[in-house]
Design a protein around this ligand. Structure first.
Ligand SMILES: Cc1ncc(COP(=O)(O)O)c(C=O)c1O
Length: 425
């Protein structure tokens, strides 16, 4: 279907046909949800052996009684797990509670209130700002918005953020104090940053103000659907460029074990870790070490974790295939949208024709299919093109997803044809 070249009569006929189909679907009173990237119950079941794994043996290998207070930076065995996930030395890792997002929030507040490694606290700047590759992860943007930190959109391409734009902004504005990065299987575009992008990011510390930090949210470091995709190591790149203080790395086992009760990690240079610890020690006496010990008994070696991720992939892969098949079959030969084919992560990013995303989301909602709100993948929820929609295939069953995707494709067609008709008249 190429609606750009269709006549008004053809468009009107098509609209009538699609509307009739849509009305029939609405009568089915569906209630489906493909909004958030949550693991399905089947995926969560893979980690149920965490329960009872300690068998009343609460001592870590180093003798720590994990039931008690203390251990601000986490158990060594848990830090080793984080080090494997992020490919960094254990000494540079803090193992914390269940959420890396909490750690990111904590890190932004540290920069904002106290500054990192002796640099000016961001709150003392006139207009501190983060660079935000878009489309991106809505919760990153919420953190900035809540603290009144400005946000600048940076386009993403197939190699990661547009580095010319990143460098240009940094050269022109010394109050840019951070950039959000989801470097592997980016949320939502699925892009993995190229070697050149990682190298250029590692060089930023040479041109930014010294308080600038890259927030390297490696949430999908082990979430490959097929073969293992390797991400260039940012820590090694910063060592080569003498910019080690410019990066803070994050990961968690949220989408590895149980999403609500995993273990989260932050990794950084010793100067940055000192800044984080300074604030952390006022916040807590220590993390949930019992849960950390459970995780390190569950994953005795990194290879055990990788094998476990294969089981996730076996569940997730057919769901991604279902989404992609619907898109290809329904929209493949059309000018109605573009999408990526991710090799891992949790999302498929779909771009409608400009100006159609909100209508598609509304039409789908009215037909009983809940999608992530249009605009959610942009700072301030404003997609300048009104085009990006994030599809999250993991949570629903394959059957539900199949139905939800037929509705989605129908809504894309209907919204696009109606828009084109309006423009033609
Ligand atoms: C890019 C990204 N970072 C972080 C998170 C949340 O991680 P956590 O559960 O460790 O807080 C998500 C969850 O969807 C995510 O997509």
């Amino acid at each position: 279907m190429q609606i750009e070249s269709a006549t008004s009569i053809q468009l009107a006929e098509l609209e009538k046909e699609l509307s009739a189909h849509y009305e029939r679907i609405c009568q089915h009173e569906l209630s489906l949800d493909i909004t958030r990237g949550k693991p399905s119950a089947e995926q969560l079941n893979l980690s149920d052996n965490l329960d009872g794994i300690l068998a009343a043996d609460y001592r870590a290998a180093d003798g720590t009684d994990t039931r008690n207070y203390g251990g601000l930076i986490g158990l060594t065995c848990a830090r080793e797990l984080g080090a494997d996930m992020l490919q960094v030395p254990t000494e540079e890792v803090i193992a914390a509670g269940n959420s890396s997002l909490t750690l990111m929030y904590h890190a932004v507040v540290t920069g904002y209130l106290f500054g990192f490694a002796g640099n000016t606290p961001w709150r003392e700047l006139k207009a501190p700002k983060f660079l935000c590759p878009v489309p991106g992860y809505d919760r990153h943007f919420t953190i900035c918005e809540q603290l009144g930190i400005g946000m600048i959109n940076i386009p993403m391409d197939e190699e990661g953020p547009d580095m010319d734009a990143v460098e240009k902004h940094i050269r022109e504005d010394s109050e840019i104090i951070g950039i959000w990065c989801v470097p592997k299987y980016s949320n939502p575009s699925g892009v993995t940053y190229s070697k050149e992008t990682v190298e250029r990011l590692a060089q930023l510390g040479q041109i930014t103000n010294p308080g600038f930090r890259i927030f390297w949210d490696n949430a999908y470091s082990v979430h490959d659907l097929g073969h293992y995709v390797s991400l260039p190591n940012i820590r090694s790149a910063t060592l080569e460029n003498d910019t080690v203080d410019s990066v803070l790395q994050f990961a968690s086992t949220s989408k590895v074990t149980h999403a609500g009760s995993g273990v989260a990690f932050v990794s950084a240079s010793s100067a940055n870790l000192a800044s984080l610890k300074h604030q952390l020690q006022a916040m807590t006496i220590g993390p949930d070490k019992v849960n950390q010990l459970r995780h390190s008994r569950f994953f005795t070696e990194f290879t055990t974790l990788k094998e476990h991720m294969r089981k996730h992939a076996n569940i997730l892969k057919p769901k991604f295939e279902c989404v992609l098949e619907h898109l290809q079959h329904g929209l493949g030969e059309s000018d109605l949208g573009q999408w990526e084919k991710p090799e891992g992560g949790y999302f498929v990013s779909f771009n409608t024709r400009p100006g159609c995303a909100k209508t598609v989301v509304q039409l789908a909602a009215d037909a009983g299919v809940k999608l992530t709100p249009a605009g959610a993948t942009f700072p301030y929820r404003k997609d300048p093109e009104d085009s990006n929609i994030r599809i999250a295939p993991s949570f629903p069953s394959l059957e539900e997803l199949d139905t939800a995707m037929s509705v989605f494709v129908l809504c894309v067609k209907l919204a696009s044809v109606r828009q084109q008709l309006k423009q033609a008249s």
